[in-house]
Design a protein around this ligand. Structure first.
Ligand SMILES: Cc1cc2nc3c(=O)[nH]c(=O)nc-3n(C[C@H](O)[C@H](O)[C@H](O)COP(=O)(O)O)c2cc1C
Length: 215
């Protein structure tokens, strides 16, 4: 029987979908991103708006985790979270971050880098109130990233919040959104013979310059 390493060595996909050419690119990276997100939705990709969000701690040690992109407006990528979580404490110290959208079924990825800022509480409240009741109560029950003694303790906290707020929990003060203000946005499309197409948009003097990169 082969070892897991042999299996891993043998795992190999061929990239053969429509190539990405310079002439096909939207001059605006947000237009290009919207088009690819739409393609991901049409392709039936599970959680097409999920991305990995990377942060670093005070000693520069990176961590990444999934978050959901919940808005793309005013040229900013918005996600919501607990402002007392590990990621938020990282972002409070160092606002540089990276969002990685892994649309592997389309042989694509997008990498967005830049700095985050907290969005207005009123905007977060609008979105919070549009969420299902269970999610709103969950935001109160979970002390995200803190140690939890047991599953039962979390369920108890949820029931207590249900008791306290009923059908209309307000937005918790510790819950809100971050907007990533991009400085670079890279689009990657797999190609045959590992000759992939990569284009990076760099924001320079309020203008998005596009460069092709070696794969
Ligand atoms: C598909 C997926 C989507 C997620 N979306 C979010 C999200 O939008 N916001 C969030 O705070 N956590 C989200 N999570 C949970 C995070 O990945 C993470 O476990 C949590 O935010 C705690 O991270 P931290 O301890 O680094 O702050 C998601 C997880 C998955 C797998």
């Amino acid at each position: 029987m082969s070892s897991i390493t042999d299996d891993l060595h043998a795992m190999r996909e061929h990239y053969d979908q429509t190539p990405l050419r310079r002439v096909d690119l939207n001059s605006c990276p947000f237009g290009q991103f919207s088009k690819w997100l739409e393609d991901a939705v049409k392709a039936g990709i599970y959680d097409p708006n999920a991305c990995s969000l990377a942060t670093v701690d005070g000693e520069g040690r990176p961590v990444s985790r999934a978050v959901l992109l919940k808005a793309l407006e005013n040229e900013q990528f918005v996600f919501y979270t607990n402002y007392e979580s590990r990621k938020s404490s990282h972002l409070d110290q160092n606002p540089n971050t990276c969002m990685h959208f892994p649309w592997f079924a389309l042989q694509r990825q997008v990498v967005v880098t830049g700095k985050v800022r907290k969005i207005e509480a009123k905007r977060a409240e609008e979105y919070f109130n549009s969420r299902p009741l269970e999610s709103r109560l969950g935001a109160w029950a979970s002390r995200q990233s803190e140690q939890l003694d047991s599953r039962e303790a979390l369920e108890k906290a949820y029931l207590e919040m249900q008791e306290k707020f009923g059908d209309s929990p307000p937005k918790p003060p510790h819950w809100g959104g971050f907007a990533l203000i991009p400085e670079t946005i890279e689009f990657w499309q797999g190609g045959p013979s590992r000759l992939h197409d990569r284009f990076i948009y760099n924001l320079e003097d309020n203008h998005w310059n596009i460069q092709r990169l070696n794969p």
